[in-house]
Design a protein. Sequence first.
Lengths: 238, 238
Amino acid sequence: MSTTLGFRPLYQQVYDLMVTKISDGEYRPGEMLPSEQQLAGQLKVSQGTVRKALDTMTSENILERRQGKGTFVSEQTPERSTLRFFGFSRPDGTPLTPQNGEESIRKRKGTAKELRQLDTDGSEDVYEISRTRLIENKPAIIDKIVVSAKPFQGLQEQGKIGTALYTLFQEKYGIHVISTNDEISAIVASKADAKKISVEVGAPLLMIQRSTFDIHKKCVEFRITKVNTQGIIYTARI
Amino acid sequence: MSTTLGFRPLYQQVYDLMVTKISDGEYRPGEMLPSEQQLAGQLKVSQGTVRKALDTMTSENILERRQGKGTFVSEQTPERSTLRFFGFSRPDGTPLTPQNGEESIRKRKGTAKELRQLDTDGSEDVYEISRTRLIENKPAIIDKIVVSAKPFQGLQEQGKIGTALYTLFQEKYGIHVISTNDEISAIVASKADAKKISVEVGAPLLMIQRSTFDIHKKCVEFRITKVNTQGIIYTARI
DNA sequence: GAGTGGTCTAGACCACGCA
DNA sequence: GCGTGGTCTAGACCACTCT
């Protein structure tokens, strides 16, 4: 007998269905799902099969399960969770919180690299958000945030975004961010960098390249952050 | 009825037992475990309970499961796996491989910080391995590796360790390294640093603080790596 | 075809949170 | 005491690998 191609386990089909329902807004963040028994009955599968799908989603931070209470759609965004793992401090250890500085947004064609990183469904337009953030009132952090234009229609009319970008994604555009992938390297400042955060050309900077993924494991954001680390300690826990 | 304290699920007991057997050398890296049915019979539990324990161990990279073949004790060490995620390259993208330079080892009392990091079972002696590594024949990387002395008797007689430290842990001392936790920060060079890798005092360095954990989730190594990033790009994928 | 892990079921009982 | 998720069982059948 030939190998059965296209075989897809039942629990994965249940997983796909539940992810779709959450992404469509049928179950909203913070809301409680039907019980395992009810879902099993509706979907005509056993409770164990439902459980396996929900367990997978729990391990991906899409759901939270609380014994004795129920299963809930997670409200946690990576921005909130990564605050525990990323941070700035002075050399003596006192923590520093960056303030918001300049911010601008424009629509343009994406570069080849950006379109390779983002899952754009063929569209070539992107929004680019450029901003600087301040440490002790001095510009020290440069962010360049790129998202595909198609799913974010009207993003330029949102006004200042500040730190609540992922919350905006969820509330205005129904995009559930669930994970990020960060690459850290040490680079030297370009002429453009030097102008924005007042350092010499060639000064050492930390660069963090972040890809952000939604509930469908689609890359919805590509972000480059550059940090002047003179007198600032940046820490990332891996 | 009062709450049952000290309740421990069966599958966790199976997990503990299997971890102990591997750590005791009853099953060795690369070896195949008995089948789920056999284990279930031996331990007088159902196959599903064994499965849950083995699945957990698989997700922790202790085991590898191959459908149709069997379940095997993993041979992969983090050193090998992290090579995919950490690395050095030139600004133009060509990868660089560091060479081994100076290396020395000595036994001494651990500092308070080191004893807090390491799980030492009360012993206060540690081995400190200091080494430099070279990029293009110039010293660029400083490593300070600290391990508890007790489980590593005779480590100073091992001669040059080079890059095979975790393999040595496993083969000579039966310690199975399964995970690491890294913290990255940007610092400035101290006088001692400056001497070892010929940079100015105050030059910017990347510092990676790594805690290494064995199969029992015990911290068996604490390592501080400092990298001169002038002309070198260091990348870590999180 | 024999042996392994992978999927799925149906049902029992336990621990937890709440009213 | 009820409803929820968490554990555990026994057994059936499927998919993969090797001989």
